[in-house]
Structures are given as C-alpha cells and as structure tokens.
Design a protein. Structure first.
Length: 470
C-alpha cells in the first residue's frame, strides 16, 4: 500500500501519465508551472537579483528552465544563468528538452544579454549569483542521486546567498525558500497552485495501472498478493473460474472456497474446515456472482465482514445487497453490482435519472466508506480518493462494447480483487476498470471478433504492457 509520504509523488506521476494518454499538451502544463514559479521568485527577490538555476535532466529541471524563461520575459534586469547538470543529449523527457530549446532560441536571438546557458556538470561559479534555485530531481526520484548531482549539491552547501528549491528538494540541499507545485513537498513550502485540465480528474487512464505495486521477478510468492475467492455451485462456476484465472495474472496465490468444490488443477480449493486457515493467509476476499442468496451464505458473509477487517472485500452479484451496511462502514469494501442489485441496495430506479443516480452513489460511498464500480458501456467509479482525501468519481470509457456483457463481471472482479491484495481500493477500483476495458478492446485486434476465454486472459498481459508505454 502507498504510504502518506509518497502519495504526492504517486499522484504527480499518475497525472502526468494520464495527461499523455488523454492527449493533453504537457508543454502547456510546464509553461504554466514556470510562470507561477517565476512570479514567486520575483515577489521574493525582485528583478535586479542575479538568478542561477541548477537544472536536472527530467521534468523538475524542465520546470526550472520554464521559470528562468519567464523571468527573462518579465523583464528581469539581473543575470539569469541555467546550469544543465549534464548535456543536452542526456535530457530524459521531451517537455524538458523543449524548454531547453526555447531557451536556446532566446539566446540565439541576441536580445537578452543577461541570459546564459551552461552545460556543465561542475557549475564552478555558482557562488557569483544572488539566488540559487535547485531543480535537480522531481517527485519521481528513486534511490541515491547520481554522482554529478551529489557533487553540485556539495558545492552548493558553501553558497552564502539565497537558496531556493523547486518542488522536491534533493538530499543535502539546504534552502530558505521551498516552492511546491499543488501540494507541499516540505513542511515549510510555499504552495503554487496549477490548474490541471478537467479531463485528468474525470477519466481513468494508465496512470493508476502504472502506480500499482509491481511484483519483482525475483520475489518470493509469499511477498506478493494472496486472494480468497468465494463462489457458488459447480453448475454455475463460469464467473468464479474466470475471476480466478484473471486474478492469477497478478496475485501469486489463489484460494477458492466453493461448496460443492469446483474442479481445476490451477488453484487451491479449500473446504469449510480449511476456510479459516486460508483467510489468515490471504489479503483480499472476492465474492463472485455465482454465490447464492441463502440465509447460511448471508450469515457467512457478514461473519467475515465482522471478523476479518484487515482484508479488502470485493462484492459482486447478490452479495452486494446481502452485506450488513453497518459492517460495510467498518471495512474496506468495493461493490461491483449489476443494476438490478444496485436498485435493491439503494431502493431507487437506476435508469430513471442518471444525474440523481450519480448523486446517490456518491452519497452512499461517503456514508458507508465504500467503493462502487457501476459497470456499463461507460462505467462510473466512486470512492475515497487518498490523493484528495475526499469522495471522488471517475469515468471509465475503455471496453464500451464489453463492460455490459455477462462475461465482463468475472474478468473485472478477478483483476480488481487481485490488485486489492497489494494496493488501496481506490487504485484497485480505477486500475481494474481500465485494464479490463482495455483488455476487451485489444482482444479482437489480436485474435479476431470471436474470442475464447483463453484469448481474453492472454490479452490481460497485452493491456498491462500497453499501459507501461505511457
């Protein structure tokens, strides 16, 4: 699960990935960031100061370059120097490279004698400036700094003028002013608000998929997710086995409790006597649509909700309205209902007024601390967004021809539940919907219009790999 400390970094990465997927111009966002950062620098230090930017090779460096360009455009009279800690050929993101080229054009124009660009890993003369701005590495930085960055930071520790950090300070850098985009990255940060296009906070994308926990190739099975699936009778086993096969593409171990037991050599089937032991080994519980509406089943479901509150629950079929609502409030529960089941749960006509239904679902998710995927040709997703710390909604538009089909529920429930073994339910909700829909979009392209269950399962990997491209 993601910790509070890295939520900001994860959200920034998700927004950037989804912006690319949605076709949003990242250069415009960088330009907006640069203008806002330059405005704050001018408020603090004015037009007569000499500014020096220590720019890394990624998006944080690009933000610094954009800020430098806006300082020049604002008529700054002091010197503005950009130290690229590396070479142009080493720049790792297109948006940062575009900012560097815009600065080169300004220098080539000959109109700004106070603008200088230096591709220099040493930046030996940084102490000749009044204000030093560090923008070496952003929120996506992992592991130790590269040696070239460590050397420059060490040199900067002797700087006796004004020291500023943009967005996410690197280790060892001491600042007097910290400027953060959208959310504070340090306790004393001055937050600069940016306006993201509404599409980023409206639609699902591959960003949440890339943010999921990804098992390492050399990891042990015990380190990865384990899922218990509760299904129905052997004569109604399709959704249970499809869910299990889908889940097995992500989770390391799948247990199935399904009296009378289904037959499959691929999964571990547990009896009533073995159920408690399986529960103690698993991270999440999926109740499939083959689960029957009986008093013993209802009693078992609510016992599990009361006794296993550390688990995440994914409820489909009749289990959606069999669950005790007071117990729902105390657990991590994600509903994947059919409209008929949702109608019983909410006591409302689900087709009468779409806007009223959206409001009811949002309120239900808030009041019962749960998550809802109302699947359809366009799916509506509701739940607690840990990045905004409030109830949010997303729209999923992948798989429009598939999501309303009977087989969709098993695939969707299985992959969502598998994600929930190692991730919070908000990420699992969105990533599960997006991947399932994308899988159904890609399968006909790979196998033709008539596809088998095997081909559908195989296409999950295609969808996963497609998400990694953004």
């Amino acid at each position: 699960m993601h910790t509070p400390e890295d939520l900001v970094s994860v959200e920034a990465s998700i927004n950037e990935t989804n912006s690319r997927y949605l076709g949003i111009n990242l250069d415009q966002l960088v330009d907006q960031a640069g203008a806002a950062l330059a405005s704050e620098l001018l408020k603090k230090h004015g037009k007569h100061a000499d500014y020096a930017f220590l720019c890394g090779l990624g998006n944080n460096g690009g933000d610094g370059m954009a800020a430098a360009r806006h300082l020049i455009s604002a008529g700054t009279l002091g010197q503005v120097t950009i130290y690229l800690i590396g070479r142009q050929k080493d720049i790792t993101t297109l948006s940062a490279l575009n900012q560097w080229k815009l600065l080169q054009e300004l220098v080539a124009s000959g109109r700004f004698s106070n603008l200088a660009l230096k591709q220099d890993v040493f930046a030996p003369d940084i102490d000749s400036h009044h204000v030093l701005i560090e923008c070496l590495a952003g929120t996506g930085r992992k592991g130790e700094l590269k040696k070239r960055f460590r050397d420059v930071v060490k040199r900067a520790t002797h700087f006796r003028q004004h020291m500023v950090t943009l967005d996410n300070p690197v280790p060892g850098y001491t600042w007097e002013l910290s400027l953060s985009l959208n959310y504070p990255k340090t306790t004393d940060a001055k937050v600069v608000d940016l306006v993201l296009p509404s599409e980023v906070s409206t639609y699902t994308g591959p960003g949440e998929v890339k943010a999921l926990f990804q098992p390492r190739r050399d990891s042990y099975k015990s380190q990865n997710g384990k899922l218990l699936i509760i299904g129905g009778a052997a004569d109604d086993s399709g959704s249970t086995l499809l869910a299990a096969r889908a889940a097995s593409t992500y989770a390391s171990e799948i247990y199935i409790y399904s009296p009378p037991a289904l037959k499959s050599s691929s999964f571990t089937f547990v009896s009533a006597d073995e159920l408690e032991d399986a529960l103690n080994q698993t991270d999440a519980i999926l109740v499939t649509s083959s689960w029957k509406e009986t008093l013993p089943n209802k009693a078992l479901l609510n016992y599990l909700l009361g006794a296993y509150r550390k688990h995440s629950f994914i409820l489909t079929g009749v289990s959606v309205h069999m669950a005790d609502l007071e117990l729902i409030k105390k657990n991590n529960v994600l509903f994947i209902p059919q409209r008929s089941e949702l109608q019983r749960l909410l006591d409302v006509n689900t087709r009468a007024n779409p806007e009223a239904l959206e409001g009811k679902l949002r309120r239900f998710a808030a009041e019962h601390h749960c998550y809802i995927n109302l699947k359809g040709s366009i799916s509506l997703l509701f739940g607690h967004n840990p990045f905004t710390n409030g109830i949010d909604m997303r729209i999923n538009k992948t798989g429009q021809q598939f999501m309303g089909q009977p087989g969709a529920e098993g695939l969707l429930a299985g992959i969502t539940a598998a994600f929930a073994t190692k991730n919070d339910l908000w990420l699992s909700l969105i990533a599960g919907a997006f991947v399932t829909g994308l899988t159904s979009d890609l399968t006909p392209l790979a196998y033709g219009q008539t596809v088998s269950t095997d081909e559908l399962i195989n296409s999950l990997e295609l969808a996963w790999n497609e998400c990694q491209k953004f």
